[in-house]
Design a protein around this ligand. Structure first.
Ligand code: NAD
Length: 495
C-alpha cells in the first residue's frame, strides 16, 4: 500500500495530523493507498512556504517563467502515458480516456507558455499634456486550487499552469479519492525547474479546505466540484475577502431536431453519455428528442449499447471503466430504480449487465420517456445513465434547458444552420455545441457554465484564467521639464 504525502517546499512531506484517508483501485475494490489529511496547522505551514517562494517567483522574468512552462509542457508530453496510468489506477477511467485528459491539460500548459504576451497591459501616451497612463497586470500572491475526483490531472492543470505562469504561488488541494496525479504533477514542476515552494500540494478533506478558505495569505480560490460545495466555497471564500471562482455540477441536455443526421446523433449521445462512465461534468445525461426522430433515435442508441465493452481501465479493449466508489455506484443504481418506478421506460438496465466480479462497475442504462419531475432528470446522476425526454417542438426543448437550474454545457444536433444559430442565441448555458456533444472549449477560450454551474464571474483557464489570477494596476505618470511644476488644488483634468 502506498502512502500519499503532501508536497511542500519542493519535496514530499509526510503528514503529521495523524489523520489519513483510504485510496482504492475502483477496478478491483482493493485499497491501494493511504493519503495524508492535512490539519489547519499543516495548511498554514504550507502556505507560509508558498508565500516566501511566491515573493521571489513574482520577480522572475517573463522569459524565465515562460521557459519553465515550455519545459513543463515537454515533460508532461513525454510522461503522459505514465500519468495516465496513475489516473486510471485511482480513478478507474480507461487508459485512452486518461490520456485524453492529460492531452487536454497539456493544452493549458501550451497556452501558458505565451504568458509574456498574455500579461501585456496597455499604454496611452499624452492622456493629458505631458501625462501618460498605462496598465500593468500583477500576480495576486498565494492562490489555491481545490479540485474534484473526476479529472485528477486536467482540472489541476486548468488552474496551476496559468496561476504559476502569471507569477503566483499555487497551493493545490486535490480530491482525496485520487490524489496521486497531483504528486506526479509536483514532480514534473520540480524537474521543469520551478523554484521550490511555488507549487504545493496539501492533501486533505473539509478541514484542509476550510483552512485554505479562511487563511489570510490565500488571495484567491479556484474551485471545481459539486454545486452545493461550490456554493459553500464561493460564499465562505468571498466572506473571507478572497477572489473566488467556483465551478459546480451540471445537467447537460443534447437536443436532437427531426432533421438531424441520425447515426451521428446516436454515436454522439452514446459517447457523451457513457464515456468515463458518465463521470464528466460535460457528460450528456439527457437527450431531448424533438418530434418524429424520437423512435428511430432511441432505437439507434439502444442498438449501440450491447457493443460497449466494460472492464478495468487497464484492459486495452475496455471502453468504459468502473465508477469511483461502491457508494457512488449504488447511488447511481438507485436513480435507475427510481426512474423505472416513476414511469420511465427502461430500454437498457445497467444493473443487469454482465460485469467484472469485483470493483465498482455498473452497466449502461437508457431510460426513455423521462419527464422533468423525475429524480433522474432533476439531479446530477454522474453515472452511465442516459434519459430521453420527448417533446414536440424546438420551443419546448429550449424551455426545458432554460428552466433547468444548471447551465454548464448543451448541444444541438441538426442540419439546419438557422436553427442552430437561433439555439446559440436563445439558450442560457455557458458552453454550446453544434453537432458537437461535449463542447469543452480549447485552451485559448475559457471554460465555464452559467447558473448553478458556476459561482463567480470569471470562467476557468484561457483569457479568463489570466484575468482571475492577476490584478490590474493603472499608473498615471508625468515627467515634467525641471522647474515647471506648481501647486494646483483642482481635480485633475485631461486638458
Ligand atoms: P465534490 O464537490 O464532492 O469535491 C470537490 C472538492 O471539494 C474535493 O477536493 C473535496 O475534497 C472537496 N469537498 C468535498 N466536500 C466538501 C465540503 N463539504 N466542504 C469543503 N470541501 C469539500 O466533487 P467530486 O465528487 O469530487 O466531483 C464531482 C463533481 O464535480 C460533479 O458535481 C461534477 O459535475 C463536478 N465537476 C464540475 C466541473 C465543471 O467544470 N463545472 C468539472 C469537473 C467536475
Amino acid at each position: 500500500m502506498i502512502r500519499i504525502a503532501h508536497w511542500i517546499g519542493g519535496k514530499e512531506h509526510a503528514g503529521t495530523s495523524g489523520r489519513v484517508g483510504p485510496v482504492f483501485n475502483p477496478a478491483t475494490g482493493q485499497q491501494t493507498g493511504e493519503v495524508d489529511l492535512a490539519s489547519a496547522a499543516e495548511v498554514a505551514d504550507a502556505v507560509a512556504v508558498a508565500k516566501e517562494a511566491g515573493a521571489a517567483w513574482r520577480s522572475a522574468s517573463l522569459s524565465k517563467r515562460s521557459a519553465v512552462l515550455f519545459k513543463f509542457r515537454e515533460l508532461l508530453a513525454a510522461k503522459s502515458g505514465e500519468l495516465a496510468a496513475v489516473i486510471t489506477s485511482e480513478h478507474g477511467k480507461v487508459l485512452s480516456d486518461a490520456a485524453g485528459e492529460v492531452a487536454r491539460g497539456l493544452e493549458n500548459a501550451e497556452f501558458a507558455t505565451g504568458i509574456p504576451h498574455l500579461m501585456k497591459g496597455s499604454y496611452s501616451e499624452q492622456a493629458s499634456t505631458g501625462v501618460d497612463v498605462y496598465s500593468i497586470r500583477q500576480p495576486l500572491g498565494v492562490v489555491a486550487g481545490i479540485t474534484p475526483f473526476n479529472f485528477p490531472a486536467m482540472v489541476p492543470l486548468w488552474m496551476c499552469t496559468t496561476a504559476i505562469a502569471s507569477g503566483n504561488a499555487f497551493v493545490l488541494k486535490p480530491s482525496e479519492k485520487d490524489p496521486s496525479a497531483a504528486l506526479f504533477l509536483a514532480n514534473l514542476w520540480k524537474e521543469a525547474g520551478l523554484p521550490d515552494g511555488v507549487f504545493t500540494v496539501v492533501n486533505g478533506d473539509v478541514e484542509a479546505v476550510n483552512a485554505l478558505l479562511t487563511h489570510p495569505d490565500i488571495a484567491a480560490v479556484s474551485f471545481v466540484g459539486s454545486t452545493p460545495v461550490a456554493k459553500y466555497i464561493y460564499e465562505t471564500g468571498t466572506a473571507n475577502g478572497k477572489r473566488v471562482q467556483a465551478l459546480g455540477g451540471a445537467k447537460n441536455h443534447m437536443v436532437v431536431l427531426p432533421d438531424a443526421e441520425l447515426d451521428a446523433a446516436a454515436d454522439a449521445a452514446v459517447s457523451a453519455a457513457y464515456g468515463s462512465a458518465g463521470e464528466r461534468c460535460m457528460a450528456v445525461s439527457i437527450v431531448v428528442a424533438v418530434g418524429e426522430i424520437a423512435d428511430p433515435l432511441v432505437d439507434a442508441i439502444a442498438a449501440r449499447l450491447p457493443k460497449l465493452k466494460i472492464g478495468a481501465g487497464t484492459d486495452p479493449n475496455a471502453e468504459m471503466g468502473p465508477l469511483i466508489s461502491a457508494v457512488h455506484r449504488d447511488k447511481v443504481a438507485g436513480y435507475v430504480a427510481a426512474g423505472a418506478e416513476a414511469g420511465a421506460t427502461v430500454v437498457a438496465d445497467g444493473r443487469e449487465a454482465d460485469l467484472p466480479e469485483n470493483g465498482y462497475f455498473l452497466g449502461v442504462t437508457l431510460l426513455d420517456n423521462v419527464t422533468p419531475d423525475m429524480a433522474v432528470y432533476t439531479d446530477e446522476v454522474f453515472g452511465p445513465v442516459l434519459g430521453v425526454v420527448r417533446v414536440e417542438t424546438y420551443a419546448e426543448a429550449l424551455a426545458l434547458i432554460n428552466d433547468n437550474e444548471y447551465g454548464n454545457g448543451t448541444a444541438i444536433f441538426t442540419r439546419d444552420g438557422g436553427a442552430a444559430r437561433q439555439f446559440q442565441f436563445d439558450v442560457n448555458v455557458g458552453m454550446v455545441g453544434v453537432n458537437v456533444p461535449i463542447p469543452v472549449p480549447v485552451a485559448y477560450y475559457s471554460f465555464g457554465g452559467w447558473k448553478a454551474s458556476l459561482f463567480g464571474d470569471t470562467h476557468m483557464y484561457g483569457p479568463d484564467g489570466v484575468h482571475f489570477f492577476t490584478r490590474t494596476k493603472v499608473v498615471t505618470s508625468r515627467w515634467p521639464d525641471p522647474g515647471t511644476s506648481s501647486v494646483d488644488l483642482g481635480f485633475p483634468q485631461t486638458r
